[in-house]
Design a protein around this ligand. Structure first.
Ligand code: FAD
Ligand code: NAD
Length: 478
């Protein structure tokens, strides 16, 4: 057994590597064990997010959006192209390069912070001893005063559509198609279904999304969700709600025929590829030994309290493997909080203000409560909204779809939720997060000076609209 460390982190995704760096910054002797190997069989830090999640999906969303703009929008701006051709291999090579640069960057950051990175699969044993099995099968034990489990999550599989080598794939497979499928089926109309469905639609696929629920984007504010659904439909995404997959069948090794059911009965569709994107499940099954009595919840997330402490002293769990939204930034913040608490600080995390973003075009972003949540809890609230069609900057950019909507407490005026659908909503939402973190009222936002012309002015106008004094839209009739 090697010398005892202060902390061993299991997993180097955005939760684990951030926790490890913060621990090291605080002077703790830290080890970080990760088992991700890239296609060349080399360790590749950064977890799902950097290897097959946030980063490669955003690289392809960016490339595919540029392709769509070149095809459909450049001429409107007076830019004529004689032809626009897709070089998918180059697009994928660029995506792979972005991933490779960033994953290598994490390795460099760990090194610079003197975190010892170990490649292998970790298993927590009793008394905070961690056994690591390397790719060669060699086992080595390490002991620590504290262990942080950040083992992440994996795609949920469906018995009715088991994954195949290249016809029925999960999100990772959908980030690596070698050609554009003519007809693409997507099971699940959640974040991955919409983002990856958009990528392939922009590149030329006819995309059908089969979503089991009868509500579209149930977690988003339903006013924006409905507008988003109309917009995506106009773009060509065929979203079918209340569609329960019954069966799938491979035809001649080339296509997938699915059977699904909705209120009108059974239906069949044939696709060239099928993406299964029906959620993710925590990687909690092999990460600790039976002798470690760690409590799991009913959905197999490692049970933790508000400070990410598990049922075992000195053992913490963070990121996708514990409750809460499966988002990179949520895991990273938990990582920082846990590192600081291990170092004796009183760190906390504000779970009420974790922003959500869907990187479609337009983007959808929100923080805080939705209108349906406020109605359900009987909260007294005021609404102010402002459409991008009335924004000078949005008009100049040719990006006028969507709106900003602010929900504020009717008596105190404190901002309770902000919902944005529009270009760069992922960036605009940060202003709302900061305002809410500081306990701002809509009046505070209304009193703030925003640069003109900017998309941010829509946030200002929505804040003014809470009090029915937006300048660039008609006043609400009383
Ligand atoms: P992970 O990133 O899953 O990392 C866990 C790491 O631990 C992995 O490297 C894994 O191999 C390793 N590991 C597991 N078990 C062991 C073990 N026993 N021993 C050693 N190592 C182990 N989130 C966003 O916020 N924004 C986005 O835009 C976004 N886009 C996404 C797009 C896609 C296609 C997908 C699939 C996900 C996306 N997510 C996004 C979600 C995001 O990727 C996750 O929330 C995030 O990666 C979770 O971080 P984590 O550190 O908890 O786990
Ligand atoms: P999700 O929970 O967002 O969506 C899954 C969808 O599949 C849901 O709408 C669900 O009703 C539907 N579904 C479930 N079973 C079904 C079935 N049998 N048939 C048809 N539909 C079914 O999950 P996801 O899109 O797989 O994404 C996984 C996780 O990754 C999410 O938690 C998300 O937070 C994260 N992620 C985040 C981003 C981002 O932040 N932009 C992007 C991608 C993924």
């Amino acid at each position: 057994m090697s010398d005892k460390s202060d902390v061993i982190v299991i997993g180097a995704g955005p939760a684990g590597y951030v926790a490890a760096i913060r621990c090291a910054q605080l002077g703790l002797k830290t080890l970080c064990v990760d088992n991700w190997l890239n296609q060349q069989g080399k360790p590749s830090l950064g977890g799902t997010c950097l290897n097959v999640g946030c980063i490669p999906s955003k690289a392809l969303l960016q490339s595919s959006e540029m392709f769509e703009q070149a095809n459909k929008q450049f001429s409107e701006h007076g830019i004529k192209l004689s032809s626009v051709e897709l070089d998918l291999a180059q697009m994928m090579a660029r995506k792979n390069r972005v991933v490779s640069e960033l994953t290598q960057g994490i390795a460099a950051l760990l090194k610079m912070n003197r975190v010892q990175a170990i490649s292998g699969t970790a298993r927590l044993l009793a008394d905070r001893v961690v056994e690591v099995t390397g790719a060669d099968g060699e086992k080595q034990k390490y002991a620590a005063s504290n262990v942080i489990i950040a083992s992440g999550s994996s795609s949920v599989e469906l018995a009715a559509a088991p994954l195949t080598d290249n016809l029925i794939v999960d999100s990772s497979g959908a980030l690596a198609f070698e050609e554009v499928p003519e007809r693409l089926g997507v099971i699940g109309g959640g974040v991955i279904g919409l983002e990856l469905g958009s990528v392939w639609r922009r590149l030329g696929s006819e995309v059908v999304i089969l979503e089991a629920q009868d509500e579209f984007l149930a977690l988003a504010d339903q006013q924006l969700a409905m507008e988003a659904k109309r917009t995506f439909k106009k773009q060509g995404l065929d979203i079918r709600l209340n569609a329960r997959l019954l069966d799938s069948e491979i035809i001649d090794g080339k296509q997938v025929r699915v059977t699904y059911q909705d209120e009108k009965g059974d239906h069949h569709e044939t696709f060239d590829k099928l993406i299964v994107a029906v959620g993710r499940k925590p990687n909690s099954d092999h990460v600790f030994d039976e002798e470690v009595d760690l409590l799991l919840d009913e959905r197999c997330f490692i049970h933790v309290d508000e400070y990410c402490e598990t049922s075992q002293p000195g053992v913490y769990a963070i990121g996708d493997v514990v409750r809460g939204p499966m988002l990179a930034h949520k895991g990273s913040e938990e990582g920082m909080m846990v590192a600081e608490r291990i170092a004796g600080q009183q760190a906390e995390m504000n779970y009420d203000l974790v922003p959500s973003v869907i990187y479609t075009h337009p983007e959808i972003a929100w923080v805080g409560k939705t209108e349906q949540q406020l109605k359900a809890s009987g909260e007294n609230y005021s609404v102010g909204s402002f459409p991008f069609v009335a924004s000078g900057r949005a008009k100049a950019q040719g990006d006028t779809t969507g709106m900003v909507k602010i929900l504020a407490h009717a008596e105190t005026d404190r901002v309770l939720g902000v919902h944005i659908m529009g270009a760069h909503a992922s960036e605009l939402i940060a202003q709302a997060v900061i305002a809410m973190q500081l306990g701002s009222s809509s009046e505070d936002l209304a009193l703030t000076v925003f640069a003109h012309p900017s998309l941010s002015e829509a946030l200002h106008e929505a804040a003014l609209a809470v009090d029915n004094r937006a300048i660039h839209i008609a006043p609400k009739r009383k």
